[in-house]
Design a protein. Structure first.
Length: 418
């Protein structure tokens, strides 16, 4: 799995105020957050797809005008960075927090069905809290608003557009995501939290013939069907029972008419894993299986493999986890819990890797509390609770915005508070 630093972030003092002190600051801050509801409503009612977030970016820029920050726009598309300095010197820490803001196309329309509108509202709220607590922290806080997360390349595009040279180098990176769970529940975990992923297009070549003369063909559809069956044997027989790996066949395309055996077939696969070394071993086995089935079918042309849409494992740094989890426990009490690992993927990790700094990513429950409690009582959470990317995934606003805003501010204060 990815290498994570085992020490505290560089340039961050170890003599931090107690977690309880930070929780007390959060409980008594004087920031006016009444604007959040209207801002969230604007984003939620006007969702924009990846790479098309012009109106959303404009709304973020307008909201940032209420703070004393340095704003850089149009990074890697519609990316925005706001830098808040407070008694910053070369010896004070710099902490970055990221929020994504693109929407999805679900059930025939654009929707904020993943909660990115909540992430953006919360990060702006965290800035408001930090702005109201300036006498209690020193350093630099970076709010990074990322477009195009759903296309898995938004962070990469910002980096390719010179992000590293345009803003101060952070000592630590932070991020959060609303997920199924009782609204307002803050879920953290050390180590792997979200899966790595890849998409793989496999092209299998055969020999075309009329359907009435199959003996004159080399049928790539049959070969593809055998490969689909054998792929699951890799997971079932070559991955240890206590390890995690998923291979899913997303599409199998072959032919375009009823009476012709085609000359090629195409499989598109998707994988999920928590260990990148295991992924490399599985990919070697996958290629071996495909090549063997192609050879067994008599094809004279080697199959082709195209890997794309790679996502890194989100693997939380232990030192960062320990510091922030203490703040969350003191702030949220029994609503600060240990997260369950998720098999979905994120492009957040490209940001800390751009500076080679440690990071923490966490979840916040957003399911309406009544719905969650009733489903839990029935034992039907898996069937009755909407999940991200479903049209009916809508966070319960009040407890979710409260938790995400305080979590963002608390995580940042965990590194810059004095």
């Amino acid at each position: 799995m990815p290498q994570q630093l085992d020490t505290a972030p560089a340039n961050v003092s170890r003599s931090q105020p107690s977690a309880q002190h930070i929780a007390d600051l959060l409980a008594t801050h004087t920031a006016d957050l009444s604007w959040q509801q209207a801002f969230y409503d604007v984003l939620h009612e006007h969702p924009e797809l990846s790479h098309q977030e012009e109106r959303t970016a404009g709304a973020i820029q307008s909201a940032l005008q209420r703070f004393d920050v340095e704003v850089t726009t149009d990074i890697g598309g519609h990316g925005i960075v706001a830098v808040m300095r407070n008694e910053a010197t070369s010896n004070t820490p710099t902490a970055l927090m990221r929020a994504d803001f693109d929407a999805l196309f679900v059930d025939g329309k654009n929707l904020h069905a993943c909660g990115h509108d909540m992430h953006t509202t919360a990060l702006l709220g965290a800035l408001a809290i930090l702005d109201s607590l300036r006498e209690h922290w020193a350093g630099t806080v970076i709010a990074l608003f990322q477009p195009a997360e759903e296309s898995s390349i938004g962070a990469k595009l910002m980096i390719e557009d010179g992000l590293v040279d345009k803003i101060p180098a952070p000592d630590v990176c932070l991020g959060q995501h609303v997920m199924p769970g009782r609204a307002g529940e803050v879920q953290t975990r050390r180590g792997p939290l979200m899966a790595g992923c890849d998409s793989i297009k496999v092209t299998i070549f055969g020999k075309s013939a009329h359907a009435s003369m199959p003996h004159k063909s080399i049928d790539p559809t049959y070969t593809a069907a055998m490969i689909v069956t054998r792929l699951q044997a890799i997971v079932g027989r070559e991955v240890a029972p206590d390890e995690f790996f998923v291979i899913s066949v997303g599409t199998l395309r072959s032919g375009d008419t009823n009476n012709i055996i085609p000359d090629r077939a195409e499989l598109v696969l998707n994988t999920r894993y928590y260990d990148e070394e295991l992924a490399e071993r599985v990919y070697a086995a996958l290629k071996r299986v495909v090549q063997a089935e192609v050879q067994a079918s008599g094809s004279t042309k080697e199959p082709e493999f195209h890997f794309y849409a790679h996502g890194e494992v989100v693997d939380n740094n232990e030192a960062v986890f320990d510091r922030v989890r203490g703040t969350f426990d003191a702030t949220f009490g029994e609503h600060s819990v240990t997260a369950q690992r998720s098999t979905v993927s994120e492009d957040f990790t490209y940001l800390p890797k751009a500076w080679n700094v440690p990071y923490l990513f966490w979840f916040v429950g957003s399911t309406p509390r009544q719905l969650w409690d009733e489903a839990a009582a029935r034992g039907t959470i898996d069937t009755d609770v909407p999940v991200n990317h479903q049209a009916n995934f809508v966070p319960e606003y009040e407890p979710t915005v409260h938790a995400t805003t305080l979590a963002g501010a608390g995580a940042l204060l965990s590194f810059v508070a004095i």
